[in-house]
Design a protein around this ligand. Structure first.
Ligand SMILES: C[S@@+](CC[C@H](N)C(=O)[O-])C[C@H]1O[C@@H](n2cnc3c(N)ncnc32)[C@H](O)[C@@H]1O
Length: 266
């Protein structure tokens, strides 16, 4: 079989970026950037990174050294000829479990590279939300543990006081997608990452409400018109309309957020 041709590289002004399946030169193995938020990811699939984090705003910010990313390959800490990292569950049952001793060595290695809370992406964890992203953005960085198979030996979770974080009530095959989602949501809150800082202040969850709808050109699309108030140029009326929309959407779609917002208003 012939290898597919690599797509042409694109210039983003600072550095040429070529989509590739191999780990990106954007990522560093050495903590050479001081005072820069760092994500260390323990994974059996380091080639999955930076993944989506290498594109768009997060990718540009990574290139510009506004945050840093490295992976710790769990397989490097495995045992035997095949560098095994998992074994059968104690007590029997289906699947395999990631071994505590092997994950422990990977965690020690990651902790030597940089500090930060230890986060295990897990469907049993606390549901990830914007408040968690905001809180993570105030840390020096975090170590993300991506599970596979049936997950991680419980003893390593308790020994290191690892926080379990879930992306939602569904089960994926591994923690890598979840880690990228959490890192993306956090990195965009770091200073200087979003071009327009105001947009992070106005978007969904920032004030406890879902965001109002957006419109742009054309003014009339298939007979659907942009609400008149948005074309009025009256900033006070526009702000009032957007607030009312935000409240109505939150009330209809997310009664939990709506109740919390009402309570906050006193
Ligand atoms: C097949 S899952 C293991 C599911 C586990 N046996 C359970 O029932 O809770 C393998 C790995 O995928 C990741 N994962 C799956 N779903 C996830 C979710 N909703 N949020 C975060 N991580 C998830 C975790 O790292 C997990 O260890």
């Amino acid at each position: 079989m012939t290898q597919p041709k690599s797509p042409p590289s694109k210039s983003h002004g600072r550095k040429a970026v070529r989509p590739t399946l191999t780990p990106q030169p954007l990522m560093t193995d050495t903590p050479d950037l001081h005072d820069v938020w760092r994500a260390s990811v323990i994974t059996l699939f380091p080639e999955m990174f930076p993944g989506v984090l290498g594109g768009s705003l997060t990718g540009r910010a990574l290139k510009d050294g506004k945050w840093q990313l490295d992976t710790v390959h769990l397989r490097d800490f495995g045992e035997g000829r095949h560098r095994n990292v998992d074994d059968t569950p104690a007590g029997g049952g289906a699947g395999m479990v990631l071994r505590a001793d092997i994950m422990g060595r990977a965690i020690e290695h990651a902790l030597r590279k940089g500090p930060g809370p230890l986060i295990y992406l897990s469907p049993r964890g606390r549901r990830f939300d914007q408040a968690m992203a905001r809180s993570l953005a105030t840390t020096p960085g975090a170590i993300f543990i991506c599970g596979r198979f049936e997950g991680l030996d419980q003893r390593v979770i308790e020994h290191y006081g690892i926080t379990e974080v879930s992306l939602g009530d569904f089960v994926m095959t591994g923690g890598e997608l979840a880690a990228q989602a959490v890192i993306d949501a956090t990195v965009r809150l770091l200073p200087g990452v979003l071009g327009n800082e105001a947009s992070a202040e106005e978007e969904s969850f920032s004030n406890g409400l879902l965001e109002h709808p957006h419109y742009t050109k054309p003014a009339d699309w298939h007979g659907h018109k942009i609400p008149d108030v948005l074309l009025s140029g009256h900033h006070g009326e526009i702000a009032k309309w957007r607030q009312a929309q935000s409240e109505a959407i939150t009330r209809a779609r997310r009664p939990d957020l709506w109740e919390a917002w009402l309570a906050q208003q006193g």
